[in-house]
Design a binder for this molecule. Structure first.
Ligand SMILES: Nc1ncnc2c1ncn2[C@@H]1O[C@H](COP(=O)(O)OP(=O)(O)OP(=O)(O)O)[C@@H](O)[C@H]1O
Ligand SMILES: [Mg+2]
Length: 336
């Protein structure tokens, strides 16, 4: 019986690899099909205006078909693995019985010992057989979660200087010999030897062609990325001396692409300062020229936006984003 263990191990390696690979492919295909579904439904107006319904249906069907095929192939391999194990086990049991009968015939083995041995062997065999299906399931799960594991293994934003630094920014910014490229595109230097200085209280607009790197500059200010060369100074202190939370807390941003959260208008504006009173929220809306259109809604600031509420126009969304960003105005720092 124990001689079947190496066989089980060899089969486990061969089938395990295959099962894991197929399960990962099925998971990837499922992600693809979900992306298609999500994009098509989000952009349903685009799909319809370009009359691409048939095209999207075919695209979705193709990926769904591939999920089905990959899943079936995975199941076949798991089934084959279990079948081989069971055949191996029963084959071994048969050989053991045959040998045992021979031994009882010659009187080498007592009948009761033989029966006991058979029972124990069947217990052992059944347990081993169970391992095969468990092993198959585990390999399937490993394959399916491989991408998730990649995400979990990703490094955090380094949380250096977690101790409070407590420096209130005045608003002096220096970009010194800044070079920067995105990690995903190391061949393209987005920012090349950039030098500039902004003084406290000064309003600076950065103008340039699309793709010139303006949004990248604001990402560098917020320390979403670190420059590949050079240094950024806030009030003459290197940006790396600040703790990221502290720095971001003192900056306001109105993003280029506005994303409102499902919730009320009030909650969305308060995102810039969750402790804001209703009066402060109203003021922020007034400053951003959003007060009038908000109060025209029957439910005013309690109007739900997003999927379950009303749809705002592009400009209305932008003005809410400006109201959200206006909270940190007092802190001398705005970017966007
Ligand atoms: N996350 C990213 N990963 C890789 N490359 C990026 C990323 N974001 C931007 N880029 C690239 O960096 C360059 C600068 O982009 P950036 O968004 O800073 O331009 P921009 O000046 O803000 O343009 P626009 O006026 O159109 O908003 C572009 O070539 C863009 O393709
Ligand atoms: Mg931009």
């Amino acid at each position: 019986m124990l001689a079947t263990v190496p066989l089980v191990a060899i089969l486990a390696v061969i089938f395990g690899k295959k099962i894991k690979k197929l399960s990962k492919q099925a998971q990837d295909a499922s992600a693809d099909s979900n992306t298609i579904l999500q994009e098509t439904l989000m952009g349903i107006k685009n799909v319809k205006s370009f009359t691409n319904e048939a095209f999207e249906i075919i695209r979705f069907n193709t990926t769904t078909e591939s999920i089905k095929n990959l899943s079936i192939r995975g199941a076949i391999f798991r089934g084959l693995f279990a079948a081989f194990i069971i055949i191996g086990m029963f084959g071994a049991v048969t050989i053991v019985i045959w040998q045992g009968v021979n031994m009882t015939n010659t009187g080498e083995l007592q009948m009761h010992d033989f029966i006991r041995f058979i029972l124990f062997t069947i217990f052992l065999g059944a347990s081993f057989g169970g391992i095969s299906s468990m092993f198959g399931t585990i390999q399937k799960a490993i394959g399916a979660t491989e991408r998730l594991m990649d995400l979990l293994d990703d490094t955090n934003e380094t949380q250096e200087n977690e101790t409070e630094f407590n420096h209130t920014l005045k608003g002096n910014v220096v970009f010194k010999d800044i070079n920067f490229h995105y990690e995903t595109r190391p061949d393209i230097n987005v920012i090349n030897n950039l030098n500039f200085e902004v003084k406290e209280g000064q309003t600076t607009a950065i103008v340039g062609p699309s793709g010139a790197g303006k949004s990248t500059i604001s990402s560098l200010l917020l320390r979403f990325y670190e420059p590949t060369k050079g240094s950024i100074l806030f009030d003459n202190i290197p940006s790396s001396d600040f703790n990221r939370r502290e720095l971001r807390n003192q900056m306001a941003i109105v993003p280029q692409e506005v994303l409102l959260f499902g919730g009320t208008i009030e909650e969305n504006i308060a995102y810039g300062n969750p402790k804001a009173s209703f009066e402060e929220i109203e003021n922020a809306a007034k400053q951003a020229n959003a007060y009038d259109f908000i109060t025209e809604f029957p439910e005013g600031f309690k109007t739900m936006v997003g999927d379950r509420g009303i749809q705002l126009s592009g400009g209305q969304k932008q003005r809410i984003a400006i109201a959200t960003g206006s909270f940190e105005k007092s802190k001398n720092f705005n970017t966007g």
